[in-house]
Design a binder for this molecule. Structure first.
Ligand code: KG4
Ligand code: ZN
Length: 319
């Protein structure tokens, strides 16, 4: 079974080839440099660059995997959620290929793809609890069996990655801010700046607009008072609050749902503190499998969409 998968929901255009469950190519054209000057992703620019890049990404994936177009059995692509213009480019490429090759087309969900990105190198045991932390989403999903997605908690406003990016911008660290805050936080004092713990209630929902506003207000106040901001200490204090929020809710979900595996997915799953805390939680609650994705499958990529497609095909085959 040969799957060609396309991911184009935001500012990356990616094509992956999977042959019998093995990733043979995962080519990603990143636009980070093009958007950095604006301090964030410009949707119109993202879709125009996808149109410019899809051809070479597709050829590179075919070349690297050493397959021919005729060997492809199924085309998968990200149908939602994402930037509409960016999604349309991926859909057009996928539909054209499927029509030309006369093979089935599989539209897929981006967040479900992120979750299955963790399943590429290490397989889940079910039930599974997945913490989804990306630029657009913050969720806890419960899967009693493969592909049985249930969102048990979600953000009521901003996503954690968005919060990282806005705080980083205000500190003058540039875009994307998550990796930069993560790096500075390594050498900082996490107790230096006091920030509020967001949505500390009994639900599994999140709220990051409060932490964002409180962080931006504190940065402005310090600047107005002429006080020097210690970037490492600020990043460490912010990171501790942002991460503790998701981890404390995940811990409560572990107690209630008693999963056999836990995982973390989405761009923010590349974060050092989140990865460390997930391991700690797993050991503390004797979870059989703590599935932490390879860094290359954390931010947007098509390999995760190929893995999700493969999982759907397996279930279809087994009835
Ligand atoms: O999943 P993703 O590539 O795109 C969306 O679907 O949103 O996630 C991008 C987000 C950005 O907000 C970026 O700042 C964040 O992931 N990110 C990180 C780290 N690496 C990427 N946030 C915190 N720490 C990191 N190491
Ligand atoms: Zn994503």
């Amino acid at each position: 079974m040969t799957i060609l998968a396309i991911e184009s929901s935001c500012d990356e255009f990616s094509v992956a080839i999977m042959v019998d469950g093995q990733i043979k190519a995962n080519i990603i054209s990143s636009q980070i440099e093009d958007h950095t000057i604006y301090g964030g992703v410009i949707p119109e620019l993202a879709s125009r660059l996808h149109v410019k890049n899809f051809g070479w990404v597709l050829s590179a994936a075919i070349q690297e995997s050493q397959i021919t177009f005729e060997q492809i059995d199924c085309i998968a692509y990200t149908a939602n959620p994402g930037l509409i213009g960016s999604l349309i480019v991926g859909k057009l490429v996928a539909e054209t290929l499927a029509l030309y090759l006369n093979v089935p087309l599989m539209p897929l969900n981006h967040i479900q793809g992120h979750i299955y990105g963790a399943n590429i190198e290490e397989k889940f045991e079910y039930p599974l609890l997945a913490l989804v932390v990306s630029g657009g989403h913050t969720q806890i999903q419960y899967l009693e069996k493969p592909l049985d997605f249930k969102i048990i908690g979600t953000t009521q406003d901003d996503a954690i990655g968005e919060c990282y990016d806005k705080v980083a911008r205000s500190l003058g660290l540039g875009y994307p801010g998550g990796p930069k805050i993560d790096k500075f936080a390594q050498n900082g004092d996490e107790n230096k700046y006091a920030l509020p713990f967001p949505k500390n209630d009994s639900s599994y929902d999140f709220s990051y607009s409060g932490l964002k506003t409180a962080s931006l207000n504190l940065i402005n106040k310090l600047k107005q008072n002429g006080e020097e901001i210690n970037i490492s200490d600020f990043c460490a204090s912010f990171q501790k609050t942002a991460v503790d929020t998701v981890i404390s809710k995940l811990e409560r979900a572990i107690k209630e749902f008693k999963p056999k595996s836990i995982t973390v997915a989405g761009g923010v799953s590349a974060n050092n503190l989140i990865r460390k805390k997930l391991n700690e939680l797993g050991s503390m609650y004797n979870i059989d499998r703590i599935v932490i994705p390879n860094i290359k499958y954390c931010t947007d990529n098509a390999a995760m969409m190929a893995e999700l497609c493969n999982e759907y095909l397996k279930i279809k085959q087994n009835g």
